[in-house]
Design a protein around this ligand. Structure first.
Ligand code: GTP
Ligand code: MG
Length: 204
């Protein structure tokens, strides 16, 4: 399903608007501005599919993307859905909005049977922060499998990447639901996308 067109199917502003449980869902989570939407676009090779912005707080709903050609007359379910999520942490938006979408993100991560893997994106320049730890704790508790993806590696020295991976691996050791393999990516330079695709393909 990579290499074929994907489409946006639904923006979910609250839990009650979620589609029925069904095909495996793969969610991209992380702090605001970490590069979630950009990575989805790079992965699916469709610029502008997920909206991106320089301003933290761009994505404000759970946005569902599926390979094109499902639904309609046959009502055939897609083999997989990719979910772009609002970020957590600082965002340039009214506080009540941020509170509402943060609650939505946490509820979805905790309580969705179709959710097969969370890619937890970490900015290569900043590493794991306190609110990332909080989300990791929540996923551990809910026994939802998650995998760390370092983003924006084009912004750090190439020689720093192995060290960063090592340090991050150490940081996730005591997290039972964390997948041990850490991915390193740059949406800008197209780095690490094949590895990420392979991980996703194995889940569909
Ligand atoms: P929210 O939806 O606001 O939570 O943000 P997001 O995590 O979806 O981030 P988004 O993809 O909108 O990207 C945020 C900013 O980072 C944009 O200005 C992107 O161009 C930039 N960015 C994303 N990925 C990369 C990357 O791999 N390298 C560089 N240099 N910049 C990137
Ligand atoms: Mg976004």
């Amino acid at each position: 399903f990579f290499g074929q067109p994907w489409v946006f199917v639904r923006g979910v502003p609250a839990m009650k608007f979620l589609p029925p449980e069904g095909p495996p869902e793969i969610a991209f989570a992380g702090r605001s501005n970490v590069g979630k939407s950009s990575l989805i676009n790079a992965l699916l090779a469709q610029k502008g599919l997920a909206r991106t912005s320089n301003t933290p707080g761009r994505t404000q709903e759970l946005n569902f993307f599926v390979p094109d050609g499902y639904g309609g007359e046959t009502a055939e379910l897609p083999p997989i859905a990719v979910v772009d999520m609002p970020g957590y942490g600082y965002a340039k938006a009214p506080k009540d909005h941020v509170d509402a979408w943060t609650k939505l993100v946490f509820s979805y991560l905790r309580g969705r049977a179709s959710l097969k893997r969370v890619f937890l994106l970490i900015d290569a320049r900043h590493g794991i922060k306190k609110n990332d730890e909080e989300v990791m704790g929540l996923l551990d508790k809910a026994a939802v499998s998650y995998q760390i993806v370092l983003t924006k590696t084009d912004k750090i020295k190439a020689t720093g990447v192995p060290k960063l991976i090592e340090a991050t691996a150490l940081g996730i050791k005591r997290h039972p639901a964390a997948f041990p393999r850490i991915l390193s990516t740059s949406s800008e330079k197209g780095v690490g996308l094949d590895e990420l695709k392979a991980e996703i393909a194995a889940l569909a």
